[in-house]
Ligand binder design. Sequence first.
Ligand code: GFB
Length: 311
Amino acid sequence: MNKSDKIFVAGHRGMVGSALLRRLKSEEFKNLLTRDRAQLDLSDENAVANFFAQETPPIVVVAAAKVGGIKANNDYPVEFLLENLRIQNNVIRAAYENCARKLLFLGSSCIYPKFAPQPISESALLSGPLEPTNEAYAIAKIAGIKLCQAYAREHGANFISAMPTNLYGPNDNFDLETSHVLAALLRKAHEAKTRRDPKLVVWGTSKPRREFLHVDDLAAACVLLLEKYDSPEIINVGCGEDISIHELAELICEVVGFDGELAWDTTKPDGTPRKLLDVTKLRVLGWKPMIPLREGIAQTYQWFLANYAEG
Ligand code: GFB
């Protein structure tokens, strides 16, 4: 990849796309192509086809997706399935038809079976039933992986797919109904501290374990994969360590400075019991995460205070 190659980042306003843009800029890639939603509706097949015919980007990153936490995924399976299929089908197909040299599709660790052996290696894909709370999203992401692999096998396209673990960082979604756990707990702890609430309510039993990666670490991995990874076989991106939701809640309360009690709302779903990725393949390529969890949470809390918190 040359520093002057035109790189289209689909979804550049999102947490992942914006981190990738920051990283590409810091590595002095000079020809970055973006369109916001008002300029280009990625779910509109004709609009996407016309855009690609005009711009013919040689490098494409599919960071655009309808994403959300456990509740949003569970409540809106139709939207998660349809919108993601539309966006990824349009972008991947248009990239191929306009001779893109390389495409990176971003999936998710929820593509793996609910009870996959831990840490989860790439070979676990399609080896068992999925977690029901995010089955629709996972099926859409699996379809995206399979489409990239089909273009590679049938037409020799260099279309690759990376599977990030649970992500967090600047530009995360802090809406309590639709966010992922880390952003939700940061906001809840901040508001509980501000209101001097005696307790903070955490969803589920607190026992599930998750692996959290700062989105800037993912962005570095994406650039490395664009430069060095040319296989249609999926590749995991994670930090290699997980913690329980209980431990996460305690850590967040410490960082935010909330010293009330934790309470558990067990009417809310737990989701998959554990989701820790095997990242051997990526480490062999020379990548390792740089941002420890506590430091990443503290930095994200500062971002939240500067950009989101009221008052
Ligand atoms: O991050 P999260 O929403 O999604 O939830 P998943 C992770 C765990 O945190 C679950 C618990 O066990 C939740 O019950 N949790 C505790 C909370 N308190 C809260 C809270 O206030 N908000 C939220 N959101 N969770 C998602 C998938 O699964 O992971 C997506 O739904 C995607 O498809 C994403 O793959 C990476 O980790 O369970």
